[in-house]
Design a protein around this ligand. Structure first.
Ligand SMILES: [Zn+2]
Length: 70
């Protein structure tokens, strides 16, 4: 990838992250469904375009422990 392409990638990643849905944003049910579908069919669903983690797996036992249901 050329320096120009890398610079374009960084700019596009920043635009994508800054225009992303944020905590507290109100979405319709249809918007939520579309967001999840788009996310799960994206090329790299575990990270934002900058490579930062955006999800993690919760084990059932960990949820039960958090809710005090061992
Ligand atoms: Zn990012």
């Amino acid at each position: 990838m050329s320096e120009r392409e890398r610079r374009e990638e960084r700019i596009l990643a920043t635009i994508a992250c800054h225009s992303a849905v944020k905590l507290g944003d109100k979405l319709s049910y249809e918007e939520m469904e579309a967001l999840i579908k788009d996310w799960l069919t994206s090329r790299y669903p575990a990270t934002c375009p900058h490579g930062r983690s955006i999800c993690y797996r919760l084990e059932h036992k960990d949820i039960a422990r958090k809710l005090d249901r061992h």
